[in-house]
Design a protein around this ligand. Structure first.
Ligand code: 8YV
Length: 332
């Protein structure tokens, strides 16, 4: 028989930095999936039995059925700023706290949004494939001509912290005119800091040279960009999605790219990822990356540490740092 532990029990669903496991072990009895094998819902449910906390990543769905099967669970700490993998209402109803990992990834993710915009507009991937394939035989005046970045119009849909970081890079670094659309308009000081002007979505799509999507995923933001929206964009425009799969109708986008109704797209997130719509894999004018916008060692470490801080904060001290459903925390 195993000795009775006074420590709360925590599950870590995916492989993570060893020192993060060590910092959890100072406070908890930890079970971790360091082999990183993908767990089915049934396996996750089985692993969660008797656990008070779980360290999740964006792919771990926490819903009413899972919560009903795991009555001891008190907190789900997401190592992600987005938490569309949480059914927040079901968690609140079950008395389970959810936490996310905001702020620590803002600038890194904004850097990547800009990197993807530039790679897309300047055809970096497409031209590298051409070179690697041994097709570069001579200089040509129009070889891989792209779209201007400096001085162009940058349209940002979703002007939270990451959107603002991209706006500042565009306005201050590249002299871009920044327009944005958001559920609510920013205050005047933030608009001035970002040098960004609020416009309706239609105007943004019609006038932007580069459209960047940074909205959280929800039923309301599903297919924010579909065939109708793509039809509004300039034929020379680029589209970048660093938000979530499902914000863009990937099938409609593949058609628009193939038919050159827009110039190019840069995608870090996909509907049904890690699967990618097969048509996107065959069109040349799209840059595809495997959901890596926050992937620097320092940022991923900080995101993981924030999830750890939330687990310790809540299960040991009764107060998490970044809750997403504060009602539960208030009740404790
Ligand atoms: C994560 C993200 O890498 O923070 C987010 O919302 O999309 C990414 O930074 C991913 O969700 C893994 O948890």
């Amino acid at each position: 028989m195993s000795p009775i532990s006074a420590k709360p029990r925590v599950l870590v669903t995916r492989s993570i930095f060893p020192e993060i496991i060590a910092s959890l072990e100072a406070h908890f009895e930890v079970t971790s999936n360091q082999s990183d094998e993908a767990w089915s819902l049934e396996q996750l449910t089985a692993q969660l039995q008797g656990k008070q906390g779980v360290f999740t990543t964006g792919g771990d769905r926490i819903d009413a059925a899972l919560l009903a099967a795991c009555p001891e669970l008190k907190i789900c700490a997401n190592m992600a700023v987005g938490y569309n993998n949480f059914d927040v209402d079901a968690m609140t109803a079950a008395g389970v706290l959810g936490t996310n990992a905001p702020d620590v990834l803002t600038e890194t993710t904004a850097d990547f949004g800009f990197a993807l915009l530039m790679a897309t507009a300047r055809r970096v991937s497409e031209s590298e494939h051409f070179l690697r394939a041994g097709l570069w035989k001579r200089w040509r005046y129009d070889m891989f001509s792209g779209t201007e970045i400096h001085g162009s119009t940058l349209g940002i849909i979703g002007m939270g912290r990451i959107g603002q970081g991209i706006a500042r890079r565009g306005a201050h670094g590249f002299g871009m005119q920044v327009i944005y659309h958001n559920r609510s308009r920013l205050d005047a000081a933030t608009e001035a800091d970002c040098r960004a002007r609020y416009v309706e979505k239609t105007e943004l799509l019609q006038t932007a040279d580069h459209v960047v999507l940074v909205v959280p995923y929800s039923a309301a933001s599903h297919h924010t960009i579909g065939a109708a929206e793509l039809a509004l964009m300039k034929p020379t425009a680029t589209l970048v999605n660093i938000a979530r799969g499902g914000i863009v109708d990937d099938s409609a986008l593949a058609v628009a790219l193939r038919e050159k109704r827009i110039a190019a797209a840069g995608l870090d997130v996909f509907e049904g990822e890690p699967s990618v719509h097969p048509d996107l894999l065959t069109v040349p004018n799209v840059v595809l990356t495997p959901h890596i916008a926050s992937a620097t060692v320092g940022t991923r470490r900080a995101m993981a540490q924030l999830a750890v801080d939330n687990l310790i904060g809540y299960l040991v001290h009764g107060q998490a740092r970044t809750p997403v459903n504060t009602l539960v925390q208030d009740r404790v």
